[in-house]
Ligand binder design. Structure first.
Ligand code: GCO
Ligand code: MG
Length: 402
């Protein structure tokens, strides 16, 4: 079998998505997600200018060799842009493999270890009352695990909280807008938020929280310790995580489980974190972490150290990634949880999905390969629109992590 062509489809049904479509001489094609929020065109260009010409004529069955061609073989390696491109290629090749063999992706990865995938949603309140109301609605919708984010008094705009009561979307139109941040106000308020949510909804639901990289290790240690009584499922990205050793400070102080790494893209970002058991969940998603081929290895490595998966699944990852992640989640023994931020309805005009949510869990059907298709005609109705993630400054103007 040979790859005859490949193309990059960029579409914006409510938000931008980049999809790689690889064609073969057997009339079968595969799809891979190549969406990197705010940097869509950089990945598209790398795929179009560098990767696609190399792929043409290669045997798509050789997923392992082709992965190493684009990782080990390429001198300028790693980084979000090139790893997203590798991920898209890898996903599309596994999709082809499944379609050729007539079997869903989960069978190729080892078969089902569970029947359904535990997912968590986002409950984002502009203030505590709004949060309590929204969490109640999420529970009515059947969620068993909920990420809790709340507006903070005295901070004009907090990560994860939409301003206009619309569903939260991380990127805004045009160039990055600036937000402002005050760690001390945040640290003072968040324990009260969890105290209230536990008081109202009890201890049966799993609660999660995303710090979004905004603490130093010692601030994160204080937060993790103060949140201990509320038994979080996890505290996400308490620090930026570039300094892996920094997690030792948090770990020594607290037993609150830690999830990290949605912005990571290689197993090498995780070595100290995993081997020293400084975290409990790996967040790196298939779409940014080198695809199925790489994540299978990362998950196996993590499992030796009792670290589980908890893949990133925000709306800026396309339905192709979502479905691929669900196949993966069904298989690996050390699956922990999957993030599920439902896409807007309009996304279904372009992507035909094969998964659904019922009562706290998600499943994919038995369509061969990944099982998601793209309607190219429909995609043309939604041309690319420039959008960017915000940047963040401390209240005195100092540039900070967003
Ligand atoms: C999460 C994330 C996202 C990111 C977004 C950036 O845990 O879901 O932190 O909301 O901010 O994916 O593009
Ligand atoms: Mg996050």
């Amino acid at each position: 079998m040979k790859i005859t062509d490949a193309k990059v489809i960029i579409t914006c049904p409510g938000r931008n998505f980049v999809t790689l479509k690889i064609y073969t001489d057997q009339g079968i094609y595969g799809l891979g997600d190549a969406t990197l929020n705010g940097m869509e065109l950089a990945v598209a260009t790398y795929l179009q200018e560098y990767c696609i010409p190399i792929l043409i004529g290669k045997d798509p069955s050789n997923t392992e060799d082709l992965w190493h061609y684009f990782y080990r073989g390429v001198y300028w390696k790693r980084g979000s842009v090139s790893m997203t491109a590798i991920s898209a290629i890898d996903m599309a090749l596994w999709d082809i493999k499944g379609k050729v063999l007539g079997t869903p992706l989960y069978n190729l990865l080892g078969g089902k270890s569970r029947d359904k995938v535990l997912v968590y949603c986002h409950s984002n309140g502009t203030d505590l009352n709004d949060l309590i109301e929204k969490t109640g609605k999420d529970l009515e919708r059947g969620f068993k695990a909920i990420r809790i984010q709340s507006g903070i008094p005295g901070i004009s705009h907090t990560y994860g909280v939409p301003k206009d009561n619309k569903p939260y979307e991380p990127a805004g139109k045009g160039l990055p807008h600036e937000e402002s941040w005050d760690t001390s106000k945040y640290l003072k308020y968040i324990p009260k938020v969890f105290e209230k949510v536990r008081e109202v909804y009890g201890t049966d639901i799993h609660l999660l929280h995303d710090v979004h990289h905004r603490c130093t290790p010692v601030e994160a240690a204080r937060l993790a310790k103060e949140l201990e009584p509320f038994h979080l499922f996890w505290l996400e990205d308490p620090v930026s995580g570039e300094l892996q050793e920094g997690l030792r400070i948090i770990r020594k102080q607290s037993s609150t489980p830690i999830a990290i790494g949605e912005v990571f893209n290689s197993v090498y970002d995780y070595t100290t974190l995993v081997t020293e058991q400084l975290i409990d969940y790996i967040r790196m998603p298939l779409v940014h972490g080198g695809g199925i081929t790489h994540l299978l290895k990362v998950a196996a490595f993590a499992s030796i150290y009792h670290v589980n998966t908890g893949f990133h699944g925000a709306t800026d990852l396309s339905p192709v990634n979502m479905a691929a992640a669900l196949h993966f989640d069904l298989v690996v023994n050390n699956f922990g949880i999957q993030e599920y931020m439902p896409h807007q309805e309009i996304v279904n005009e372009v992507f035909k999905v094969n998964y659904n949510f019922t009562n706290g869990y998600m499943v994919v059907d038995d369509t061969p390969g990944i099982g998601v298709d793209i309607d190219e005609k429909a995609s043309e109705k939604f041309p690319y629109e420039k959008a960017s993630l915000p940047v963040n400054r401390k209240t005195d103007g100092t540039m900070f992590y967003w």
